[in-house]
Design a protein around this ligand. Structure first.
Ligand code: ZN
Ligand code: ZN
Length: 79
């Protein structure tokens, strides 16, 4: 696995360290590059249920850091 980026990630639900698309605007969120990891938000609950619940920072802010699916709090991928 990669360099200590697994903090807070639900291992069972994650399909790998590649890219995801923001569920709102479709922006590609790059988990590999690392440079914008802190701009990626996700819902641990939905991701663990294999939903695409990743969000760019702008949309996370728009959503007031609440998951649009289950209303739980979004977490930064890398804090
Ligand atoms: Zn977005
Ligand atoms: Zn959720």
């Amino acid at each position: 696995m990669t360099i200590g980026l697994l903090k807070g990630v639900n291992r069972s639900g994650h399909k790998g360290w590649t890219t995801e698309k923001c569920a709102i605007c479709g922006t590609t969120l790059d988990f590999v590059q690392g440079y914008d990891l802190k701009n990626i938000y996700y819902c641990p609950k939905c991701v663990s249920q294999k939903l695409n619940a990743y969000f760019c920072a702008a949309d996370a802010r728009t959503l007031h850091y609440k998951c649009p699916y289950c209303k739980s709090e979004l977490k930064p991928y890398y804090a």
